[in-house]
Design a protein around this ligand. Structure first.
Ligand code: ADP
Ligand code: MG
Length: 256
């Protein structure tokens, strides 16, 4: 099969931040969650974001996805600068161009797997692209489960529904915050495999927050955050190399 990533020699950015800072609170309670983070998420690449608890991983993801607004700096999705959008346009961009996978699967219990997958499109008043949807559903191995409700599915199957839902609109970029955090390691590995397949086979762009070196090793690249700053990155990660790098993060003197 053709690797979609080899089709365009100079890959474009699915999303990017420039000098992105995020400050919460003020005075005594002031927290600098992100400190001038500049990062590119290239099209068709699977990026993992790692770092100690509280280092700003979720904040980076939320800002890059347009769920939270920067204190300074900029975020773009494709060529669209998010700060240039009013609320209505931002909501529409999130709906049309961004997919989300959460730790809690967030499926609606009364709806079947099929209905859960197409719900965001229905809300947007859009018809799913049948061919695309069939590929997505086949990839995550749900073809025989589409009429089941979440309670009739295992945790791993429910997260696969959530992945299919995130991919259904063929978004420019999919974000996951610890998407396998609630799954046992075997089921988690399977779900991560499907995320990787969506990159390899469908040319999707995926950004995932994780604290697990094994989960990170499914990505093409891992970026490391520490105290709100990007401190390192690694291509073609393996669990051992990720673990080794994480150890050095604890002992590095923090730059000021
Ligand atoms: P991580 O996901 O890496 O654990 P977060 O991005 O959630 O880290 O948080 C980064 C820092 O910002 C932490 O110190 C956290 O306490 C703080 N923070 C996150 N969200 C808020 C908020 N809504 N209000 C105040 N502080 C926050
Ligand atoms: Mg977090």
């Amino acid at each position: 099969m053709l690797d979609p990533r080899t089709l365009s020699p100079s890959r474009r950015a699915a999303a990017a931040t420039t000098d992105l800072s995020k400050v919460y609170g003020s005075g005594e309670t002031r927290v600098v969650a992100l400190d001038r983070v500049s990062i590119v998420f290239p099209e068709g690449e699977f990026t993992a974001i790692m770092g100690p608890s509280g280092c700003g991983k979720s904040t980076l993801m939320h800002c890059a996805a347009g769920l939270d607004s920067p204190s300074s700096g900029s975020v773009r999705i494709g060529v669209t600068e998010l700060s240039a959008l009013d609320d209505r346009r931002l909501t529409r961009l999130r709906r049309d161009r961004v997919g989300f996978i959460f730790q809690a699967f967030n499926l609606l219990p009364a709806l079947t797997a099929r209905e859960n997958i197409t719900l965001p499109l229905s809300i947007a008043g859009r018809q799913p692209n049948r061919q695309w949807l069939d590929r997505v559903v086949a990839m995550v191995g749900l073809s025989q489960r589409l009429d089941h409700r979440p309670a009739e599915l295992s945790g791993g199957q429910q997260q696969r529904v959530a992945i299919a839902r995130a991919l259904a609109s063929r978004p420019a970029i999919v974000f996951g915050d610890e998407p396998t955090g609630n799954l046992d390691s075997r089921t988690g590995a399977q779900v991560l495999g499907f995320l990787r397949d969506s990159v390899r086979e469908l040319g999707q762009t995926v950004v995932m927050v994780t604290h697990d070196p094994v989960a990170a090793s499914f990505a093409d690249r891992v970026v490391f955050l520490c105290d709100g700053r990007l401190v390192d990155e690694m291509a073609q990660p393996t669990p051992d190399r990720v673990l080794d790098l994480m150890k050095t993060l604890d002992t590095r003197p923090s730059a000021s």
